[in-house]
Design a protein around this ligand. Structure first.
Ligand code: PA5
Length: 476
């Protein structure tokens, strides 16, 4: 049915990558990459691409095929349309990769004040909340707001057992049972592994509607699965267009030519710069709407690349520390450090050519120079001028950067950006010789929590932890 073919409007909606200021010609040989080293690393980068292709062919990286899950998408859209008329509030319960993609899509593709709009201004679509924390004030505060009769909860966990999410579910389930009795289950939708995990078992027992997260789609690579697509579709985001954007990126992220494949180029360039001490990656969109994509990327980059062991078993602490910044806001917070502090960072800017709205700055005629020069311009011109100025100033300080250029912020361009960043992460993981798809460090924290909260089977860990806590040293 849905073939996601390129309609005419897609012309001119290609996301481009400007790498001028990553090059030694712009930032000097110690801080940028040169043509010769790019040429030298080309074959190795191509091998990384080939290995990723092999994993894909063997069905081990199903996130790469999410742009083509047509049947699932049609089911999501049908369900979403039904839910949109059955509820006025849609709440996602989840954490990490089960929440950050949805938050990124919501911020990028909805009105900035969606939840405050009147229902008719939201096209009758519900408000959307994503609870990615267990702060009791947050959870209780949201429960103060909602009417259980008109609220649907989407509990999202790949493992089906994450403590934070299961605790949220327990609280919500009880609240729904008190308010709705036997109809409580109709207000819970579970998005989880197709067969494994306690959430799957509970959903079967209690009769929740469910959506599957394909087995080899890990949390941080799941935004284009039902994890992100169901909430997005419920609030009216065009998920077909989003996937068409991802499919477009899939097309151009397959090529072996660095000049034509942004994911491969960046993986290679950032790898070379990492070897030269650039261990921090700053993502800085000049768009309020893209700020949570930087948050999503932070998790993708940190959890995928931060590892203690190479694939051959060698112990070595590897990783690039991601920092989320926002233009222009962080020009007055972080940029001093970026210009003059340690030369250990690479900057990924995200630019938008055409914002949805144009806001003119009226001529004020006050005779005051700090106001008068702005008159007759637009905020659109100002934000882009500030981005260009920051990029140039960083280059003058020998700080390398590149810029993803989005013609507009819309599902097609957002889909391209997300998919490109995912492929880039997988490829640089290969170059770093680590496994970008596991997260043993996160699991360690989960196990310690189970132990502290008295889960059976974790008694020995609990004993060790309590002994350590007993030796705590405090200053006051
Ligand atoms: O990327 C990951 O795998 C993690 O960040 C998970 O998304 C996070 O730990 C939540 O896990 P789960 O979806 O199993 O509840």
């Amino acid at each position: 049915m849905a073939r996601y073919e390129s309609p005419a409007w897609q012309m001119g909606q290609r996301v481009r990558l400007d790498v001028t200021n990553l090059m030694a010609t712009a930032v000097g040989p110690d801080n940028g990459v040169d043509e010769a080293e790019l040429e030298r690393i080309g074959p190795r980068a191509a091998q990384a691409l080939e290995r990723l292709g092999d994993l894909r062919a063997r069905g081990q990286v199903e996130w790469m095929d999410l742009p083509y899950q047509h049947e699932t998408v049609e089911r999501i859209i049908t369900t979403a349309d039904r839910l949109a008329s059955a509820c006025d509030t849609f709440v996602v319960l989840g954490i990490g990769g089960s929440a950050l993609g949805t938050i990124a899509l919501r911020t990028a593709l909805l009105h900035p004040f969606h939840n405050q709009l009147r229902p008719d201004q939201r096209n009758g679509r519900p408000r959307l909340y994503v609870l990615d924390n267990i702060d009791p004030d947050l959870i209780a505060g949201l429960l103060d707001l909602i009417d259980p009769q008109r609220t649907i909860f989407n509990v999202v966990t790949k493992s089906g057992s994450t403590g934070e999410t299961m605790a949220q579910l327990a609280v919500v389930r009880e609240r729904l049972k008190t308010a709705l009795g036997a109809r409580a289950a109709e207000h819970i939708i579970a998005t989880t592994d197709p067969t494994q995990g306690d959430l799957r078992r509970l959903a079967e027992r209690e009769g929740y509607q469910t959506f599957d997260i394909p087995p080899t789609v890990g949390g941080r690579f799941s935004v284009l699965s039902p994890v992100g697509l169901l909430p997005a579709a419920v609030v009216g985001i065009d998920v077909r267009e989003l996937l068409a954007g991802a499919a477009e990126a899939d097309r151009y992220c397959r090529g072996r030519d660095l000049e034509a494949n942004p994911a491969l180029f960046l993986a290679a360039a950032l790898f070379l710069l990492y070897q030269r001490g650039k261990t921090i990656t700053v993502m800085m969109p000049y768009s309020q709407r893209l700020r949570d994509i930087a948050d999503w990327f932070r998790q993708l980059w940190a959890e995928s690349l931060g590892k203690i062991r190479r694939v051959d078993g060698r112990v070595e602490h590897v990783g690039m520390t991601p920092i989320k910044a926002l233009g222009v806001t962080d020009q007055h917070s972080q940029v001093q450090l970026y210009m003059e502090g340690p030369a250990d960072k690479v900057f990924l800017f995200v630019a938008v050519d055409r914002y949805d709205r144009t806001v003119e700055i009226p001529s004020s005629g006050t005779g005051l120079s700090s106001l008068d020069y702005l008159g007759g311009h637009t905020l659109n011109e100002l934000i882009n001028a500030e981005r260009i100025a920051t990029t140039l100033a960083l280059a003058e300080h020998h700080r390398p950067s590149c810029t993803f250029e989005l013609p507009e912020v819309r599902p097609f361009t957002v889909g391209q950006l997300l998919y490109t960043l995912e492929v880039q992460t997988a490829l640089i993981g290969d170059l770093l010789e680590i496994n970008p798809f596991d997260q043993p460090g996160v699991e360690a924290g989960k196990i310690a929590t189970y132990a502290l909260m008295g889960r059976s089977g974790y008694e020995e860990q609990a004993r060790v932890i309590r002994a350590k806590l007993g030796q705590a040293r405090r200053v006051i």
